[in-house]
Ligand binder design. Structure first.
Ligand SMILES: NC(=O)c1ccc[n+]([C@@H]2O[C@H](COP(=O)([O-])OP(=O)(O)OC[C@H]3O[C@@H](n4cnc5c(N)ncnc54)[C@H](OP(=O)(O)O)[C@@H]3O)[C@@H](O)[C@H]2O)c1
Length: 291
């Protein structure tokens, strides 16, 4: 009769934890062995160039830092120079390579100029991360056409413009990654989704279109879809402890997200490890979306 799952049983064959022959792994500081080079071949971003919009703050900054520490040279794009300078300096202090370019993504000509400045500084990007987002949510009935246009410009048109600038070049080189940051409102309406939800649903659709256009040439395009993360963008909700607790309770893991929760998925989606994953919405939300 097999014992309970917690009982390892009397027969502990080779490879069990108390087997004296079990390989203890490399000593700290030892030359990289086959395991390290396997992990490197899957996840290393050495020699890659990445452009990260919204890389000066919150989720985008964590994504940019992760790409840089995995080996990529990273260009941060946002409007605020001071935050950009601080964010790039923090990445460099951690051992990564980062620079920044200032642009308002609501303006397509400024977006195009920033794209060319990125190329001039680092060469053609292999990885584009669309993390910048605008989130004004007046009640839908009150939303002016101008407010609607502003949200669409930053959340949807800028990823289109940057994708059109870089996607075909990535396809010609036979490898690339476009990672966009969507939202729960891409797939469901709650919390006054308004124009923001419509723009994020559009971003999920744009990701599928980009994937259809370029994935056949090695350019994988996916969205990362957060739950609730306290950042400057969500400061109003974050300042309400009751609402924050209710959002945390709705996850399966039992807490709200942190920017650092996006490091692993970003390196994964930017690396060779995700060569066969494209067109997807990857929920990084502690299970929020499946409750
Ligand atoms: N936090 C959440 O709970 C949550 C949930 C779902 C989805 N998201 C999405 O996650 C992404 C990152 O948001 P976050 O929460 O990390 O926000 P955040 O910390 O406020 O960062 C937003 C970033 O976007 C930049 N940005 C905003 N408008 C811009 C514009 N017009 N042109 C250029 N850059 C602009 C900001 O810099 P400047 O202001 O200096 O330009 C900043 O770097 C957004 O796309 C957001 O919709 C967040």
């Amino acid at each position: 009769m097999p014992g309970p799952l917690s009982d390892p049983g009397p027969d502990r064959g080779p490879g069990s934890l108390d087997d004296p022959g079990l390989d203890p792994g490399p000593e700290p500081g030892a030359e990289p062995g086959p395991r390290a080079s396997f992990l490197d071949s899957l996840f290393s971003l050495d020699g890659r160039v990445a452009l990260v919009t919204g890389g000066s703050s919150g989720i985008g900054h964590a994504m940019a830092r992760a790409l840089a520490l995995a080996g990529a040279r990273v260009m941060l794009l946002a409007r605020g120079e001071e935050a950009l300078g601080r964010a790039a300096a923090a990445i460099r202090a951690a051992g990564g390579a980062a620079a920044w370019v200032r642009a308002d993504l609501a303006d397509p000509s400024a977006t195009r100029r920033a794209a060319e400045e990125t190329v001039a500084a680092y060469g053609e990007p292999d990885i584009l991360v669309n993390a910048a987002g605008a989130n004004p949510r007046p009640p839908l009935g009150d939303q002016t056409l101008e407010q609607w246009g502003d949200v669409m410009a930053v959340n949807l048109t800028a990823p289109f413009v940057l994708g059109q600038r870089f996607g075909p070049a990535m396809a010609r080189r036979g490898w690339g990654r476009i990672i966009s940051v969507a939202s729960q409102q891409a797939v469901r309406a709650f919390g006054n989704s308004g124009g923001y939800g419509a723009s994020k649903a559009g971003l999920a659709g744009l990701t599928r279109s980009q994937s259809e256009a370029w994935a056949g040439h090695g350019v994988c395009c996916n969205t990362v879809t957060p739950g609730f993360v306290a950042t400057p963008l969500t400061a109003t909700v974050a300042s309400d402890p009751v609402l924050c607790a209710a959002l945390a309770a709705r996850t399966m893991i039992g807490r709200n997200g942190e920017p650092a929760d996006f490091e692993g998925v970003t390196v994964f989606l930017a690396s060779r490890a995700s060569d066969y994953i494209t067109g997807q919405l990857i929920f990084v939300d502690g299970g929020f979306s499946v409750t």
